[in-house]
Design a protein around this ligand. Structure first.
Ligand SMILES: *Cc1c(COP(=O)(O)O)cnc(C)c1O
Length: 480
């Protein structure tokens, strides 16, 4: 590795004999420094892989002598190690216009949730330990009282996610018996989560009533019988049935079900804990309303409109929640201490509703006024235009965003952002793909959406422009 630089003849090829052994490479001072910081295992493994790759190139006479210089080998090794240590899970900028984006991790945690999470995970905690008695505690106890205060429920429990909450509730209440659901509510949430399949997984028999567009009280009344264990409503969160429609509301259905001694469960999906209409947003049903209407069990997600970590929240009557909590499947679906800490801190924010639109990122983003977003877009436009010139032009444009995660599917959120269009009509499609690829390939990937031959960057979810702006020179370089 003491080959003098002058011996490099530009374009000359190295042979496999010019490569050092793994041991020799590891002993060179620069690589020894890598070993000192990362340890032998990782560095030696990557060194071996690097030399194997270079050897193959050398045997194919495709390795420049410059690549076997000690500086080049060291740089290549350091780059391999950095790449190996780069997490697969990465931060991205969500400029899609969909605030609660399932593919981009749904709700963002509040500062207080992040702080509580960090503090609780850094050391032991009282997850299942009662500090008063010094005996065993119940992890549900951490959030049950908060959930009861906020929703007015008699009791509450939490599991891994809402899909688990629905599965567990049905299994605990109706395994081996019948569950009545309207044909208008046999939803597929996405992936393999389809109501009829969930019923089967829970060991319950689905009894469909009504039709796709109309279900009446009499449909339920006729269907309830000896084998009925549960009547269930499912909030049609990700689609809307419009036109000649009829559904039976929870209060009416609770009367019918309870009249025959059968409990009523409702899966709300998103389940906002505050009335969004008060913030000028489209309304979603609240768990507290469902309980007041007489539902025995209400299930909803932690990381949709609630704005917390992934979780499945189950609130309801003492009797129903008691059965659900005791059901053996609960142990397999229980929440981990990580999201539980974040959930507690998130729910705590609801005790100060006047501050919620500031403190809860989901609500803060949802309530950002379009005019403010537009002004922000105006500020950013010149810098972005400079980065994409001369192939693209940038315009400030009004946009229609979405809440996301199946909430309020037909409602749009008036928003604004940057619309980037190729200047040449010829090859415009490819140019747009290239731009989208370049944005995604940035160190902090930028995710927009393509619509009408333009790449749209909806700025509703960009609160701090600095990390975005800092990448524009690199974008410019890559688009050259
Ligand atoms: C989203 C949703 C679910 C699943 O909730 P996860 O928290 O994603 O598991 C179940 N039911 C409805 C109606 C939903 O909208």
């Amino acid at each position: 590795m003491s080959r003098p630089a002058e011996s490099v003849v530009h374009g000359s090829k190295a042979s496999a004999k010019d490569l050092p052994s793994v041991d020799r490479l590891l002993r060179s001072p620069a690589v020894a420094a890598l070993v000192a910081s990362h340890g032998h295992t990782l560095v030696a493994g990557q060194a071996r892989a690097l030399l194997d790759m270079l050897r193959v190139q050398a045997l194919a006479s495709a390795l420049d002598t410059s690549a076997v210089q000690s500086d080049a080998l060291h740089a290549a090794l350091a780059a391999r190690i950095a790449q190996r240590l780069a997490p697969r899970m990465r931060r991205v900028l969500n400029l899609t216009g969909t605030v609660i984006h399932t593919n981009l991790g749904r709700a963002l945690l509040s500062d207080s949730a992040l702080q509580h999470l960090l503090a609780m995970m850094a050391g032991p905690n009282n997850l299942e330990y009662d500090l008063d008695s010094g005996g065993r505690g119940d992890r549900d106890g951490i959030v049950e009282e908060l959930l009861c205060t906020i929703t007015g429920a008699q009791a509450a429990t939490v599991v891994n996610n809402n899909a688990a909450a629905v599965l567990l509730s049905i299994a605990a209440m109706a395994r081996g018996r019948e569950v009545i659901v309207s044909r208008g509510e046999l939803v597929e949430i996405g992936g393999a989560f389809r109501m009829p399949d969930v019923m089967a997984s829970a060991g319950a028999t689905l009894v469909e009533v009504g039709t796709t567009n109309r279900t009446h009280p009499a449909d339920y009344e006729r269907a309830i019988g000896e084998r009925t264990a549960l009547v269930m409503k499912v909030h049609t969160s990700n689609y809307a049935v419009q036109g000649f429609t009829a559904a039976v509301d929870e209060a009416t259905l609770a009367g019918i079900a309870h009249g025959k001694g059968v409990p009523l469960a409702t899966d709300l999906g998103s389940g906002s804990l505050v009335d969004l209409a008060a913030y000028g947003l489209p309304r979603e049903p609240l768990p507290q309303e469902m309980l007041a209407a007489g539902c025995d069990v209400v299930t909803f997600s932690g990381d949709k409109l609630l704005g917390g970590p992934q979780a499945g929240l189950i609130v309801g009557t003492k009797e129903a929640i008691g059965r659900i909590r005791k059901f053996p499947m609960k142990r397999a679906l229980r929440m981990s201490k990580l999201p539980l800490a974040a959930l507690e801190a998130t729910l705590m924010l609801y005790l100060r509703p006047e501050r919620l639109a500031q403190d809860l990122p989901t609500l803060r983003l949802l309530t950002r006024p379009a005019a403010q977003i537009r002004a922000f877009a105006q500020q950013l436009a010149p810098a972005v235009a400079e980065a994409v010139v001369p192939r693209f032009m940038v315009e400030v444009a009004d946009m229609q965003g979405q809440i996301g995660s199946g909430s309020l599917p037909v409602e749009r959120l008036p928003s604004a952002g940057l619309a980037i269009a190729p200047l040449q009509k010829k090859g415009a499609g490819r140019a747009l793909d290239e731009l989208a690829d370049a944005l995604r390939a940035l160190p902090l990937p930028v995710i927009g959406r393509v619509s009408d031959d333009r790449l749209l960057l909806d700025l509703r979810c960009l609160e701090d422009s600095a990390p975005f702006v800092a990448q524009l020179p690199l974008l410019k370089e890559r688009l050259q």
